[in-house]
Design a protein around this ligand. Structure first.
Ligand SMILES: [Zn+2]
Length: 260
């Protein structure tokens, strides 16, 4: 059985709060960041503005400011000081507490709905989900985290306000599919991502709600703008896939990739 383990990694949460203060809209946090920038301007920019994906994945494994400095030594020598400062800030404690409350909300929804949702998901993709535990690193809901960290120990990063019922379930399943299908050189990444949107943001959402329509919740288009042309392109093939159950989602993704 596939399980999710929800947790907070303080270092990763802090890194994310340092990089996206505009989303937190907290004057106190802005002031704290100002102080950090004054003492380590280059270090702050290296961490908060220019950190690439592999370093982010490394930070998700760090357990202390010292760990962060081992990982980020090549990026900046100041990371230990920056993370120490941030962890000690009263405003960060507040961010962390609110993230903990959010974790409990998301976990409760997952515990309640996931066995049903995962069954539907397996039915949609026509593949068994692996029996393993995947870690979900929670961030503050205002930070709108929703992505996965690839690598030998892939993780989901999640923290978002619930925009409609079962929002967390649908998007956790979306990220799960990214992890399940990644990386595969035989599959075009945009086509794959468009299929993940069709399978989770749309089909899974509608089956979980027992109602709804593709692409819109209320008046709002859901899904990435940059994927719109891909989604449009493959939609007829997707409809055929749903009615004709001969191949699974991976096979469909490969088929659509070679057709291109
Ligand atoms: Zn995605």
């Amino acid at each position: 059985m596939l399980r999710l383990r929800f947790r907070i990694n303080d270092i990763f949460l802090l890194y994310y709060a340092l990089s996206h203060p505009e989303l937190l809209k907290s004057k106190r946090w802005d002031q704290e960041i100002k102080k950090i920038r004054q003492s380590s301007p280059h270090g702050y920019d290296a961490i908060a503005k220019n950190l690439d994906w592999s370093w982010r994945s490394a930070l998700a494994e760090a357990n202390s400011p010292k760990d962060s400095s081992i990982w980020l030594n090549k990026v900046t020598k100041e990371s230990e000081a920056i993370f120490k400062h941030g962890l000690g800030a009263p405003e960060f404690k507040k961010i962390r507490e609110e993230t903990q409350v959010h974790l409990q909300e998301v976990q409760m929804e997952w515990d309640k709905e996931s066995s049903k949702a995962l069954k539907i998901l397996e039915d949609i993709i026509r593949m068994p989900l692996p029996s393993k535990t995947i870690e979900v690193l929670m961030v503050h809901p205002k930070l709108r985290g929703g992505f996965h960290l690839a690598g030998h120990n892939p993780k989901i990063v999640w923290g978002h306000k619930e925009e409609w019922p079962k929002y967390h379930i649908v998007y956790l399943c979306h990220e799960l599919l990214h992890i399940l299908f990644n990386p595969d050189n035989d599959i075009n990444q945009e086509i794959l991502h468009a299929l993940i949107e069709l399978a989770t943001d749309n089909e899974l959402r509608i089956r979980l709600h027992g109602k709804g329509r593709y692409f819109y919740v209320g008046k709002k288009y859901i899904g990435h703008d940059y994927l719109k042309p891909f989604v449009k392109n493959i939609f007829p093939a997707w409809e055929r896939y749903l009615s004709n159950k001969k191949i699974n989602l991976k096979e469909l993704a490969k088929k659509l990739t070679t057709k291109k």
